[in-house]
Ligand binder design. Sequence first.
Ligand SMILES: C=CC1=C(C)c2cc3[nH]c(cc4nc(cc5[nH]c(cc1n2)c(C)c5CCC(=O)O)C(CCC(=O)O)=C4C)c(C)c3C=C
Ligand SMILES: [Fe+2]
Ligand SMILES: [Fe+2]
Length: 339
Amino acid sequence: MAKNITGVLLVNLGTPDSPSTPHVRKYLREFLMDGRVIDIPYLLRAMLVNGIIAPFRAPKSAKEYAKLWEDRGSPLKFYGLDVRDMLQEKLGAGYKVALGMRYQSPGIESALEELRAANVSRIVVVPLFPQYASATTGSVSQKVNSIVNQWQIIPSIAHINQFMDHPKFIEAFAANGRSMMARNDYDHVVFSYHGVPERHIKKGSVGNQCQLGTCCNAFHDRNRYCYRAQCFYTSRLLAKALGLKEDEYTTTFQSRLGKDPWIQPYTDEFLKTLPSMGKKRVLAFSPAFIADCLETTLEVGEEFKEEFLEAGGQVWDLVPSLNDSPLWVECLEDLVKKA
Ligand SMILES: C=CC1=C(C)c2cc3[nH]c(cc4nc(cc5[nH]c(cc1n2)c(C)c5CCC(=O)O)C(CCC(=O)O)=C4C)c(C)c3C=C
Ligand SMILES: [Fe+2]
Ligand SMILES: [Fe+2]
């Protein structure tokens, strides 16, 4: 009897091959030349990225990556490989799981080749971003389609494009938060998500309904792919799982790049207002990331902590990301089996 194997393609953003300046520059170039990330005309983007951002940012970012680097390399990559193996073990022989990075290595192309070599009958693509953004999930889907479109046989493909409300995703983060809360008293929780330029949200707004204000507090069929609304929704679910009241937590956005307005409130500005409101002990979550990376460990865990303490705060702790949490792997198993 013919054996049907389902291919599973896990895709994360990507990371430099090493924390050296040339590798970081190469990574930044590939990443920021993606028209879904910096959405301006090609020539302008090439001038901005190759002439300004990559040369000036690479040495600075390389120093940050060096602090993040472990014996096994970049956490985003080694946890990706661990989770790939754990998921393969759980799913068993009817599935072939591969990991690809949108930028740098291992690439999406080689991961798809692994699946093709295993003669998979269908592919489930799982971009490892809980909330949908054109710059991340959208870019992964576009890249996968562009590669597979060259194949003689195009298998059926299911794209998972968000899991920001999956009960096991929420519970895995809540469990990490609860173990911090059991050891320490906090007077406020900050859910800090990676930001995107406001323009990106406006471009994807159905019927131009998103005003980037309180409209994103409700979640419904017309804004189901609004990244900002999805982030607020994840926060509400996490707050419920943690038993937080509305005034005990805030959703904010970090990592802005350039001069254009990005979605607000900005984490770095908001955190400075907390001590004067009597909130000096903060627990921070980074629920837009499923593994520790530069944006969590260093930006939220170290830079924001320093700024918070300077502004009069006393405690700023970061909840570890999902990394190789068994509950997170169960979430992936469920997503794949239902796809
Ligand atoms: C969570 C999803 C992410 C969105 C949305 C996103 C958008 C986005 N990012 C940049 C610019 C940079 N991001 C950088 C790092 C980075 N970004 C994400 C995720 C999202 N980005 C991750 C997981 C990482 C960390 C990778 C790692 O190796 O640890 C960087 C590089 C780091 C630096 O130099 O500071 C840049 C630059 C833009 C412009 C953007 C726009 C939509
Ligand atoms: Fe980013
Ligand atoms: Fe919105």
